[in-house]
Design a protein around this ligand. Sequence first.
Ligand code: SF4
Length: 296
Amino acid sequence: MSHVLDPALRRALSERFRYYNELGIYDFYRRGPRVAESSGTAVVPTEGAAESDLRFQPELREEMASRKSAAAAAVADQNIFEVLPARPEQDASNPADALQLIREDLGDCTRCKLHKQGRKQIVFGVGNPRAELMFVGEGPGADEDAQGEPFVGRAGQLLNNMIKAMGLRREEVYIANVVKCRPPGNRTPERDECETCSPFLMRQIAVIKPKVVVALGAVSARNLLAINAPMSELRGRFYDFLPAGSRDASWPGARLAVTYHPAFLLRDPRQKGEAWKDLQMVMKYLGLEPPKKAVE
Ligand code: SF4
């Protein structure tokens, strides 16, 4: 049943959504009515929820819902969606333009504390806007911060070798990070920083629509999958991955694989063989020819 939103409520919701949009979040989810587990009734979607809202992997949907949809969850009226603004990139005619619109939306970002901890510039992402394969690391280092491009230092050289070993060129894939500003001293990005920045990454992935996303390292994997597990459990399999807010019914989502971060492989080269196994799994899925020589 549809109801007309009270004007004051509509205004309040609009303001709240504007606040979330400022953070790069354009997608909201409502939990359906939850019945006590003892009743044996599962959680069901709320009437009127957008179809795209219901396709996310359950753990991600739950995670996103708990983190970011307080405003939406509080109101049981399907007309709430009338006040939701469209993403800026929604009507772009091609992925390159859409990525540019996301970059403009990011602006000279000050949304998390990394903006005031010594970053020189925002490192948005680089590569083919229509890439079938996307790599996602955790955050820029000193070289990336200086050049404004992800994976250009020593770890970047190794990533280039890994890409080459897969029979691809760097220009053919897309490379980005969970956070777009360099954490001071190359520390691990903190949870609030990842949560603030990752909506923009999700929008990038939703625009590029890769067949495979490779998460480089545990920080990337845990943020993309919203699973808190060690690398030993995360690697060695594909996950179905649909970035939050993907609205293209013709794109079923990507497969996501997890491998070691190149910086870790530089510190522990013995793990290169394991990383190569992960990449071979991706190559097989993408139909890439196995090269004669593996990762160097
Ligand atoms: S890390 Fe992301 S959210 Fe934080 S200031 Fe940089 S661009 Fe903004």
